[in-house]
Write a new protein. Structure first.
Length: 179
């Protein structure tokens, strides 16, 4: 029985470390949502246009790779995933998007006014944790929930301390009011 318990702890630790490493490989990567799909489009050019709309020059050699991601739903446009050569370009783009809160597809030459969102590319595990926390944020009236460098942070209000959310046990602590 003790051996089973130890094996579970080791497995849990390994899963956590693998997720940490996987997130580290995504440190230069963003997801862009809300850009309409056009047949034969230049995705690199779209990323550069978004940069220009945010008053940021993004040379093509600053982009390692970018392409559309497949989606399950045909109703929404496919998000763009973009990996930059370094994380500073990614960080600058995210900061500029936060400053310009009303970025839309019109700003990059489209006729539809879809809002363009720019987010960090999270591992499936972290994306699920963020989703669960967003649900709790509404229910428990948390004022702040954000990601930075692939980590998830929550704060009830300006007076409360910042808490890092790394697992379901952290979410359970939030539910119980221990945060």
């Amino acid at each position: 029985k003790n051996e089973n318990c130890n094996l579970r702890k080791n497995l849990s630790s390994c899963v956590f470390e693998i997720d940490k490493l996987e997130q580290y490989t995504r440190r230069n990567t963003i997801e862009i949502h809300g850009v309409p799909l056009v047949k034969g489009e230049d995705v690199y050019g779209l990323v550069q246009q978004i940069g220009t709309a945010l008053s940021m020059h993004i040379p093509k050699n600053a982009i390692d790779i970018c392409h559309r991601l497949p989606t399950r739903s045909s109703n929404t446009s496919q998000p763009i995933i973009c990996k930059f050569v370094n994380r500073y370009t990614k960080d600058d783009l995210i900061i500029k998007r936060k400053v310009m809160r009303n970025l839309s597809a019109i700003d990059i030459g489209f006729t539809v006014a879809d809002v363009i969102y720019i987010n960090e590319n999270l591992t499936p595990k972290r994306r699920q944790l963020l989703y669960k926390m967003r649900q709790l944020q509404k229910d428990l009236k948390f004022k702040f929930l954000w990601t930075k460098n692939g980590n998830i942070y929550a704060r009830k209000d300006e007076k409360c301390p910042v808490a890092e959310i790394t697992s379901d046990s952290d979410i359970a602590r939030v539910k119980s009011g221990a945060l």
